[in-house]
Design a protein around this ligand. Structure first.
Ligand SMILES: CC(C)[C@H](C(=O)O)[C@@H](O)C(=O)O
Ligand code: SF4
Length: 413
């Protein structure tokens, strides 16, 4: 009678864990990036800890402010690199390797049944692989660095079923925006979402990662897709260790259940400044844009760049168009497949793999009064630059809009 989360926490805590129980759990893999490792390491040092619990289970990607944007960032990067050497942390990914939530899956750390914790809110991405992936604050991460353990309240679960097939130019991003628009930004607060249905079954790992990535945008503690052949094929040859897939029992308890019909889905757009301010694209009034941004841990994968290239091929963009691959591997594959050439010929700018302008650090922030269509997961006020406006959409919608300079339905291009 258990959900996926209850089963994972039972294994990780060594007791029969039920929703709302407080448990101390063994963490399988712990991640902190350049943005959060600074505070995690500071707090680790304040705890007067000498050695991390296991240097092979800690993963540190530098992705947020990379390449360093200021001398202050450069000095912090330097300090963390020194600590990483001192602690002999084996899984360090320096500038240009990519975004944390792309690197953990690519390198086989996001595994079915595992508890994978990151000092970043979008660590729920690992749920795409049937892991319990969740984000914690930097000081909680320092506790994991020290002991490999952390306390958790086992979440209640909600069941989200999406059936049907995706019509042309409709994607996982449109589905998750629709879900968030329906449930609201607090609709899944402290709950673990489990995703089921024929539409989910048909999705690639890339699409499932887009889906799980945004669970936090409705308050979710996790967003889990039960692992299947697609998952196992992806992990074949890359999983860092053996894993035991975990599934919910047929009579598991869900605090809420929701159903979505993907056959009916239109391209979705989240208007400023809330992620649940979601509309069918046909209801969006004509909106002039200054910039298009395709990338991030939500939609910076090869499939996403491929879709963008298929729309931009042989055309010229009408506005600044920034494309930032989610990882070095994505970029290499995009080069090999001629995608990068197509994008450059269309007038796009290719950034070095990382978070890029997603959180307004650098590499493409927008000015006061400017509007950007972005494939990211957040459109909060000021996120990409003070006084800016962000519309969230799929890579297809962003690419179609880049061509016209206003929000455009990709089915009409
Ligand atoms: C900087 C980091 C703490 C933050 C997060 O946790 O999500 C960032 O990745 C974001 O997307 O806003
Ligand atoms: S790409 Fe954006 S949402 Fe993802 S981790 Fe980086 S800053 Fe956060």
């Amino acid at each position: 009678m258990s959900t996926i989360s209850e089963k994972i926490f039972s294994r990780a805590s060594g007791k029969n864990a039920k929703a709302n129980d407080f448990v101390i759990a063994d963490v399988d893999y712990a991640m902190a990036h350049d943005g959060t490792s600074v505070l995690a390491v500071k707090s680790f040092k304040e705890m007067e800890e000498e050695k991390v619990w296991n240097p092979d289970k800690i993963i540190i990607p530098f992705d947020h402010l990379t390449p360093a944007n200021t001398d202050v960032t450069a000095a912090l990067h330097h300090e963390i690199r020194e600590w990483i050497k001192e602690q002999k942390i084996s899984n360090f990914y320096d500038v240009g390797e990519g975004i944390c939530h792309q690197l953990l899956p690519e390198n086989g750390f996001a595994l079915p049944g595992k508890l994978v914790v990151g000092a970043d809110s979008h660590s729920c991405t690992y749920g795409a692989f049937g892991a319990f992936g969740t984000g914690v604050g930097a000081t909680d991460m320092s506790e994991i660095f020290a002991s490999g353990k952390l306390w958790f309240k086992v979440p209640e679960s909600i069941k989200i079923t999406a059936d049907g097939s995706f019509n042309d130019r409709i994607y996982a991003k449109d589905l998750i925006l629709k879900i968030i628009g329906t449930l609201g930004v607090a609709g899944a607060t402290y709950k673990a979402a489990e995703f089921y249905g024929t539409a989910i079954d048909s999705m690639s790992m890339s699409g499932r990662m887009t889906l799980s990535n945004m669970a936090i945008e409705m308050g979710g503690k996790a967003g889990i897709v039960p692992p299947d052949k697609t998952t196992f094929d992806f992990l074949d040859g890359i999983a860092v260790e053996e894993y035991e897939p975990v599934y919910a029992d047929a009579d598991a308890t869900y605090s809420n259940e929701y159903s979505f019909d993907v056959n009916e889905l239109e391209p979705q757009v989240a208007s400023p400044h809330q992620v649940d301010n979601v509309h069918d694209i046909s209801d969006i009034k004509p909106t002039k844009l200054d910039q298009a941004f395709i990338g991030t841990c939500t939609n910076g994968r090869l499939e996403d760049l491929e879709v963008a290239a298929s729309i931009l091929k042989g055309e010229k963009v009408a506005i600044r168009t920034l494309i930032v691959p989610a990882s070095r591997n994505v970029l290499i594959e995009a080069v090999r497949k001629g995608i990068v050439e197509t994008l450059l010929e269309a007038g796009a700018v290719i950034g070095s793999p990382g978070c890029g302008p997603c959180l307004g650090g650098h590499m493409g922030v927008i000015g006061k009064g400017e509007t950007c269509i972005s494939t990211a997961n957040r459109n909060f006020k000021g996120r990409m630059g003070t006084g800016g406006f962000i519309y969230l959409a799929s890579p297809a919608t962003a690419a179609a809009s880049a061509l016209t300079g206003e929000i455009t339905d990709p089915r009409e291009i």
